[in-house]
Design a protein around this ligand. Structure first.
Ligand SMILES: C[S@@+](CC[C@H](N)C(=O)[O-])C[C@H]1O[C@@H](n2cnc3c(N)ncnc32)[C@H](O)[C@@H]1O
Length: 277
């Protein structure tokens, strides 16, 4: 098993960080909502790996879908693995276990998993092709890779108040500066093809924030996470936004929340591919 990454060093290279404001977004996730493209492919007895499992909210549904098959979730960050392990114990997901590991150096034998899944992980790994190659290594011949990553250029907050769209652009620049891939959701077909996967299928979907409680959630999340001191400091250090920009966008976000037409989405690209036999 790889050694846990130093928390502060990891936060410098992983754009989203591990603060409570970002965790609330992950806690809204589930296999039904976030891995709908994969669920029909799962059956009892399969051995499944979830790479970059975070707090495990998607993992639990995947584990249930293959029970009593073995489900393993890995994350480079120890605090996430602890949360996922606690959730598995509390929820009685007896076939699920979690451990610290780097997606670039998985501590598993080659040809040993039926499915390797990665939700919002490949987009954060600087050498995305190396991560996909490592996932392919641990898949059995005929095994399935499954991914879902953001398509930043298709995300929106509507109506467009002032220059708020520039806040989305700054988010993309922060992701890129950390070696991430803001458009991975639409690049993934090419990445899987280059890695040698066959039977590749891709789709795209929107995570919508339109009902009042979802608009309020999106507003609270953006104010609490994107406009947090740490993110603002990173944007200013990179020279991609000033304190005045951030103050203006914060006000525009308040205006958006109060607008009865408020509607936001996060756009995702999903992919499945088969390791040739
Ligand atoms: C945006 S979160 C997604 C978590 C979870 N899959 C979800 O969608 O709710 C990305 C996760 O990938 C993890 N991660 C980033 N780089 C990684 C790497 N090289 N190996 C393993 N995990 C990694 C981060 O620690 C983080 O928990």
């Amino acid at each position: 098993m790889s050694a846990p990454a130093d928390h502060e060093a990891q936060e410098q290279t992983y754009t989203m960080g591990y603060n409570e404001e970002f965790q609330v977004l992950l806690r809204r996730r589930s296999a039904a909502n976030n891995a709908a493209h994969l669920l029909p492919k799962l059956s009892s007895g399969m051995r499944v790996l979830d790479a970059g499992c975070g707090p495990g909210t998607i993992s639990m549904g995947l584990a249930d879908a293959v029970a009593p098959g073995e489900f393993i979730g890995v994350d480079i960050e120890e605090s996430q693995v602890e949360m996922a392990s606690a959730a598995a114990s509390a929820g009685g997901h007896k076939n699920a276990e979690f451990q610290v590991a780097d997606a670039l150096n998985l501590p598993f034998e080659s040809d040993s998993f039926d499915v390797v899944h990665a939700h919002a992980t490949i987009m954060h790994v600087p050498d995305a092709s190396a991560a996909v190659a490592e996932m392919m290594r641990v898949l059995k011949p005929g095994g399935i890779i499954s991914s879902r990553d953001m398509i930043l250029s298709s995300c929106f907050t509507e109506p467009r108040h002032g220059d708020f769209d520039n806040a989305w652009h700054v988010f993309g620049k922060l992701l890129s500066a950390n070696g991430g891939h803001p458009e991975m959701g639409k690049e993934i077909k090419g990445v899987l093809h280059a890695a040698g996967f066959s039977d590749i299928s891709v789709s795209a979907s929107f995570e919508c924030f339109a009902a009042k409680e979802d608009v309020d959630f999106f507003h609270g999340f953006a104010q609490g996470w994107f406009f947090a001191d740490q993110t603002m400091a990173a944007a200013q250090k990179l020279g991609v936004a000033s304190a005045e920009d951030m103050d203006r966008w914060r006000d525009l976000l308040d205006q958006w929340q109060a607008d009865p037409a408020a509607f936001a989405t996060i756009a995702w690209g999903e992919a499945l591919g088969v390791k040739p036999g």
